[in-house]
Design a protein. Structure first.
Length: 277
């Protein structure tokens, strides 16, 4: 136990630095004989212990944040998860999520692990998360980080910060209303790919097999199954690929047709859609 006098100012300074509770900070300073940096490590280790203890808990709430660089050519989406909506809607948690998104936007890390290694206020994001776990006692997880690069990139965050999209276009200077329409379409209709040729081969195989099995269960002859399955695949493309989906503001047009009505060369090159659900 510490023989050093621990003052209220010491405790407050540690609280300011770490965000941990007053009694936790006081105990950390006492356990480390007043060594400020050792006390920070003590609290971080406590955060690690809390995180480990809560590792089997579901963290299905949180904040999804999308941002675009000032030149409009790169967009990012991050998802910071927590356990409860009470924490998710807390202004401090929202600020933390936004600070991670800002770090991602400013530093352009290549991977999620690279993002976690970036520093905010002298601490890695991974360590900041552990400190936050120690502070609130909930599992916190940075689960997603996506990047889109293009000539024009636009972001959209659905009200409530549980769903966000970034969409990239092949031409610069895309009209803001047009780009937002497509970003909102992506949020609402959850496409799995930009166009037919972008659908993952294993996903297509699965859709074909499901369609064949459904047709077989309906008593259709074996020689017809492939043709029936291909018809189902065309429906899948229309429902699940962005450029072939019906445009939500005018279902007489596909999204691809809507874009070509704006500019015959305009198309989507990439998108990312991140949702808590």
């Amino acid at each position: 136990m510490s023989t050093v006098s621990i003052t209220a100012a010491d405790v407050n300074a540690l609280r300011t630095r770490t965000g941990a509770g007053m009694m936790d900070c006081k105990k950390a300073l006492m356990e480390t004989n007043g060594d400020f940096e050792a006390a920070i490590d003590y609290l971080r280790k406590k955060g690690q212990k809390v995180a480990a203890n809560r590792g089997d808990r579901e963290a299905n709430e949180g904040q999804v944040i999308a941002k675009v660089t000032a030149d409009g050519k790169r967009g990012i989406v991050i998802c910071l998860n927590c356990e409860t909506d009470f924490v998710a809607i807390n202004a401090d948690f929202a600020s933390f999520a936004n600070s991670i998104a800002d770090a991602a936007l400013a530093n352009n890390p290549a991977t999620l692990d690279d993002l976690k290694a970036l520093q905010i206020d002298g601490l890695s994001i991974s360590d900041k998360i552990l400190d936050y776990v120690a502070k609130i006692g909930e599992k916190i997880e940075l689960s997603r980080y996506e990047v889109v690069n293009a000539e024009t990139v636009v972001s959209y965050i659905h009200p409530g910060n549980k769903l966000a999209t970034v969409v990239g276009f092949n031409l610069p200077g895309v009209d803001a209303h047009v780009s937002k329409d497509v970003a909102m379409q992506t949020a609402a209709m959850a496409p799995v790919a930009v166009d037919k040729g972008d659908v993952d081969a294993s996903m297509l195989e699965r859709e074909v097999e499901i369609a064949k099995e459904q047709a077989r269960a309906e008593g259709k002859p074996e020689e017809m199954l492939e043709k029936i399955a291909q018809g189902k695949i065309q429906k899948f493309y229309k429902e699940s690929t962005l450029l072939n989906q019906e445009f939500i503001k005018d279902n007489k047009l596909s999204v691809g047709q809507y874009l070509k009505n704006q500019n015959k060369d305009l198309t989507v090159t990439a998108f990312s859609r991140v949702s808590l659900a």
